[in-house]
Design a protein around this ligand. Sequence first.
Ligand SMILES: Cc1cc2nc3c(=O)[nH]c(=O)nc-3n(C[C@H](O)[C@H](O)[C@H](O)COP(=O)(O)OP(=O)(O)OC[C@H]3O[C@@H](n4cnc5c(N)ncnc54)[C@H](O)[C@@H]3O)c2cc1C
Length: 456
Amino acid sequence: MFSRHEMQELIVVDGRARGVVVRDLLTGEVETHLADAVCLATGGYGNVFFLSTNAKGCNTTAIWRAYKRGAGFANPCFTQIHPTCIPVTGEHQSKLTLMSESLRNDGRIWVPKRGSDTRPPDRIPEDERDYYLERKYPSYGNLAPRDISSRAAKQVCDEGRGVGPGGQGVYLDFAEAIGRLGEDAIREKYGNLFEMYERITAEDPYRVPMRIYPASHYTMGGLWVDYNLMSTIPGLFVLGEANFSDHGANRLGASALMQGLADGYFLIPYTIGDYLARAPHTTVAEGDPAVRAAVNSVEQRTARLLAIRGKRTPTSFYRELGRLLWEDCGMTRNRTGLERALQRIPPLREEFWRNLTVSGEAGELNQSLELAGRVADFLELGELICRDALARDESCGCHFREEYQTEDGEAKRNDERFCHVAVWEYAGDDRAPLRHEEPLSYEAVHLATRRYKCCA
Ligand SMILES: Cc1cc2nc3c(=O)[nH]c(=O)nc-3n(C[C@H](O)[C@H](O)[C@H](O)COP(=O)(O)OP(=O)(O)OC[C@H]3O[C@@H](n4cnc5c(N)ncnc54)[C@H](O)[C@@H]3O)c2cc1C
């Protein structure tokens, strides 16, 4: 077990994954670990948006370096935004907190009907409130799926009806449930969540409605894998959120943990054995040119990051990238915004490599250096996400292109052109990546359009 080690490079020998190069985060030492196959279970890349519900340690580095060694990256634009998070409070926040989805079982979501209504919630009478999910989706109401609830919250806030500082919030109100079930029953069900909310916001949700807003939460995209969980690099297996499999454009239910468990318990023990039985039995030495090259690339990159000695911190680049992606490739996207993002990311990346400042040295615990490496990868991944979103000229699950919607604002798919997985192949730093299509064919079930407007 090597905790506090970050994988920074994949070792590929004769076209097969044969190990990883890691940096010991405590000492800075660069180590190689050679093997017959490699499994990555390094999670999703939701932190590309800077603010997200993910732990700060989540990043894209492992899968991104594997992508640059030849692993296909599938559907990067399929990113899930969770509707039930505590709103952003200011510039210097580094993380967002998820309030459990279960709260929507009893909480009612609303905003004032009138824009710029600054009255406290208890002064806004019932007939001046818009319970917009209940109004738009009478049969699902406040339990409408994540993508739909998130977009609906964005819409009312864009209309100027958002609540709280900055107007980027909607109410999640338990007054009716407390009246119906009693405070004790609500405390029994959600007491820990209410306490957490109060500690963070200093507001008591038993007395005033919670305020929530959507935040980046999960990524359906990831490294492409086959049914054996093997990527396009033989011997590189990818498990859990790090791969693209199972959830399609929209992870509707709480199934990420099930996917991780299924991958780890039921699939990989069998499929990796099958691979090992068939793979040629060769030994790779530390001195192998491919191993040396992988180590050199890690060391050179670290040295390059430290040598820039510019004026902007990794966090400042990270925050700018995240905001840009959130605005132009977040809950909704359109061609103009995506093209703008694709114009703005390359100069930002260029400035990063010219004007970054990283404090400390390589051979020590250096969190500034760690972050710089991750931001460098996010700056490349962010561009791929926008490319993918631009190429997918349809709305599909969490990927909502404003140009492609029905008259009542629902996602409009184009199955004729886009019923496929988009798999991106790295083609070099100075060349556009190649887009491949893996057709989706349905046999047992048939493609249908989700409808939440009525119960029929
Ligand atoms: C707040 C929150 C609540 C959630 N609630 C639910 C829920 O109720 N139900 C559900 O099904 N799902 C839920 N999810 C989603 C689910 O938790 C994740 O999808 C799941 O944990 C992913 O598991 P994983 O093992 O693939 O990756 P992770 O759990 O993210 O683990 C990846 C690990 O790899 C490490 N790592 C990353 N990069 C490197 C590297 N380069 N080198 C070495 N190590 C690296 C990370 O530090 C991390 O420890 C929730 C997610 C969040 C953020």
